[in-house]
Design a protein around this ligand. Structure first.
Ligand code: CTP
Length: 400
C-alpha cells in the first residue's frame, strides 16, 4: 500500500519524537518517499540530522532556508504529498490545526495539503482528556482528518493512562489498512481467468494454443491494485503475480477451469474471462503413451463447455461479466455476437490482424464494447496500460 507513496511526516515537540526515527525507517522500508517537516520545538527532542539520514531527504523546519534565503514552499509540499502524517502531534499543534493557525511550516503545510491527513497524538493523560483537546479532536475529525488513537501505558510524566503515541509499527499497519479501504474496488471480489488450456491426448501429449497469460495476469494485478480481492484461475503460464491480494489457482484443461469458475463465480462481483480456453478436447484420452505408427492418426475431438456462456446464464443483476474476443477478421461483428450470446456487460475485442496485438506480445490493441453497444477504440499500448483502461470501463459500470 505504501510503496511509491509520497508522505509528508510532521513531527512536533514531544518526547514521543524519538519514535519518529523508527517511523521514518518503517515508511522508507515500505517503499514510501518521506519528507519530514519538524516544528522548532521537535528539534529539541530528536535531531533533524537523524531524521534526514533515515529519510534520505533534508528535513524542513523553517519557512526559509537561512543560508540561501530560499523559501520552503508549503503549498508545493502540500500538493506533492499523497498523504500527510503528523506523528507525534501535540495538544498545541492540534489546537492550531483546529483553528487554522499557521505560525510555522508544519501547520502552514497542513492547511495547504489536499491529501488525507492522519494525526497521532502524544501527550499526558489529563491533557488528552481535557475537553478542549477532545473538542479539537472532534473538529479535526469533522474536517476529514484521520485519528490514530493514542495508546494506554506509562507516560513521560510517570503517570499511567491514555496518551502515549501509537507504536510506529501500529501506525504503519493503520495506514496500510486505511489506504486499502479508500481504493475503488476495496471489498469487492474479482475472478480472472488467464492463459491457455492444455487438452490431454495421452499422458505425454496435449493440444494447446499460443496464449502466454500476460494480459490476464496484468488484469488480475490491476484489479488487485484497485483493492479487489482477486482469484486468478490460470492455465499453464510462466507469468507471476506480485500483489498479495491475488489468489492463484493453476489448472490445465478447460474442464478443470470450468469446475473452478463454477465454484468461485457465485461470490464474485467482477469476472473477467481472458483465458484462451480450448473449444475442443480429445473425445478419448489414452491411458498409456500412444505409440508411433506408420499409418496416419486421427484424434476425434468433442466440444468443450463454453465457460463464459455458462457463467452468463448464472449471472445475477449485481455481477459484472467481461469477455474477450480474439478475432482475425470481421472482429466487431463477432465480438457483438459474443457480447449478446454470452450475456456480457463488456466485451474486449482484440484482433490478430493488428500488429503488436494478441498472443505473447507485451502490447495489445483493444476495442471495448458495452451492453448499450457503446464502443471505445484504444490505441496500441502496453498490456499494463490496457489493463488500466479495461478496469476503468469496469468501474464505470459500478453504481456511483
Ligand atoms: N471462452 C470460454 N470457454 C470456452 C471458449 C471461450 O469461456 N470454451 C471465453 C473466452 O475466455 C473469451 C470468450 O469466451 O472470453 C470468447 O472466446 P473466443 O475464443 O474469442 O471465442 P469463442 O466463443 O470460442 O468462439 P470462436 O472460437 O468461434 O471465435
Amino acid at each position: 500500500m505504501l510503496n511509491g507513496k509520497k508522505i509528508l511526516l510532521g513531527v512536533c515537540g514531544s518526547i514521543a519524537g524519538y519514535k519518529s526515527a523508527f517511523l521514518v525507517r518503517l515508511l522508507v522500508e515500505a517503499g514510501a518517499a518521506v519528507q519530514v517537516i519538524m516544528t522548532e520545538d521537535a528539534t529539541n527532542f530528536i535531531t533533524p540530522l537523524t531524521l534526514s539520514t533515515l529519510s534520505k531527504q533534508p528535513v524542513l523546519v523553517q519557512y526559509y532556508k537561512t543560508e540561501t534565503g530560499e523559501w520552503n514552499n508549503h503549498v508545493a509540499l502540500g500538493l506533492w504529498a499523497d498523504l500527510m502524517l503528523i506523528a507525534p502531534v501535540t495538544a498545541n499543534t492540534m489546537a492550531k490545526m483546529a483553528l487554522g493557525l499557521c505560525d510555522n511550516l508544519l501547520t502552514a503545510t497542513y492547511l495547504s495539503a489536499k491529501c488525507p491527513v492522519y494525526f497521532a497524538p502524544a501527550m499526558d493523560l489529563d491533557m488528552w482528556k481535557h475537553p478542549t483537546t477532545q473538542n479539537n479532536v472532534k473538529k479535526l475529525l469533522s474536517y476529514q482528518n484521520i485519528l490514530i488513537k493514542p495508546a494506554y501505558g506509562e507516560l513521560a510524566s510517570g503517570l499511567v493512562g491514555e496518551g502515549r503515541m501509537a507504536e510506529p509499527k501500529d501506525i504503519v499497519d493503520f495506514l496500510n489498512q486505511s489506504l486499502s479501504k479508500m481504493l475503488l474496488l476495496s471489498g469487492k471480489k474479482a475472478l480472472v481467468t488467464a492463459g491457455p488450456t492444455y487438452e490431454p491426448i495421452d499422458p505425454v501429449r496435449f493440444i494447446a494454443n499460443h496464449s502466454s497469460g500476460k494480459m490476464g495476469f496484468k488484469l488480475a494485478e490491476e484489479l488487485a491494485n484497485l483493492g479487489a480481492e482477486v482469484t486468478l484461475i490460470s492455465g499453464p503460464s510462466q507469468q507471476e503475480t506480485q500483489n498479495k491480494n491475488i489468489k492463484r489457482i493453476n489448472i490445465n484443461s478447460a474442464e478443470e477451469m470450468l469446475a473452478q469458475c463454477l465454484s468461485y463465480f457465485p461470490d464474485t462481483r467482477i469476472c473477467v474471462m481472458n483465458a484462451a480456453v480450448a473449444d475442443f478436447t480429445p473425445k478419448n484420452v489414452a491411458d498409456q503413451k500412444m505409440k508411433k505408427q506408420d499409418i496416419s492418426l486421427t484424434i476425434e475431438l468433442k466440444p468443450t463447455v463454453d465457460i463464459l456462456q455458462t457463467l452468463g446464464t448464472q449471472k445475477k443483476h449485481n455481477q459484472i461479466l467481461v469477455g474477450f474476443a480474439l478475432e482475425t477478421n470481421d472482429g466487431e461483428r463477432y465480438a457483438l455476437d459474443k457480447l449478446q450470446k454470452k450475456n456480457l456487460d463488456l466485451i474486449v475485442l482484440n484482433s490478430l490482424a493488428d500488429t503488436g496485438a494478441g498472443f505473447k506480445t507485451d502490447t495489445n490493441k483493444v476495442t471495448v464494447i458495452d451492453k448499450e453497444l457503446q464502443k471505445t477504440v484504444f490505441k496500441l499500448k502496453s498490456k499494463t496500460e490496457v489493463a488500466v483502461d479495461i478496469c476503468r470501463k469496469i468501474i464505470e459500470l459500478l453504481p456511483k
